[in-house]
Ligand binder design. Sequence first.
Ligand code: SF4
Length: 257
Amino acid sequence: MSKMDKITAFVSEIFSSAQGEGLNIGRRQLFVRFCECHRKCLYCDTAVERTEFVSIEREPGSGKFESVVNPLTPAKLLDLLVEMNTPEAAHDDLFITGGEPLLQADFLTKFLPEARKRLNLPIHLETSGDLPEPFSKVTEWIDHVLMDIKLPSVTGEPEAWEMHRMFLNIIEREEIGATIKLVVSADTSDQDLSESAELIHASGSQAAVVLQPMTAASKTSRVPTAKQVLTWQSEMAVALGRSVRIIPQCHKMMGLL
Ligand code: SF4
């Protein structure tokens, strides 16, 4: 058994679609969604539990899924992705998401270098942005990070400011392209927004900052009003001295995965 085969990960989905969040909206990406998450955000719309099978949508947008038994070795995951990364699909990027993919950092240290060689695509990582130590293990293979700053007034969870601060510092030190996403709901507190602006400012990050209005989810429907979101956009832009964008989850509008 090779080193590549000793470590495994649970993956919930593999599919090809257009990015629906953040500044890279619309880019065609090959998605890998890892199981498991360390958080329980109130607005979470993703099933994060380990699944017995990986669901693979080979024909993009078809809604027809093939099942492959979990867990996967890095080599097996790569073989599945290579099969899907046809020239006809014209992927712009490989997009690693979850759950929280950094919970699989040891797996990623084996998988990402090979993915870079065999897929020849920029590698994008979506993360909750609060696991700096596992993040530091994989930075050399990451081209872009879509990171959250989790607002306690929105997630219903304890604050993670220090972890976010360390995470932002790694992005700056390693000069990784990044988008910072703040999900906002009707319950967003001014204190959380000013704390976030301070964190971003102190890190020196020039990453794009996106306010993503919460969409109604199974556990909450505290969707913010237009007035709230526009007020927060102005306040944040003034605090940072640069543009802040409002971008909703667009894949849901288009019925994309
Ligand atoms: S970090 Fe993401 S996947 Fe995890 S609970 Fe929060 S919204 Fe869901």
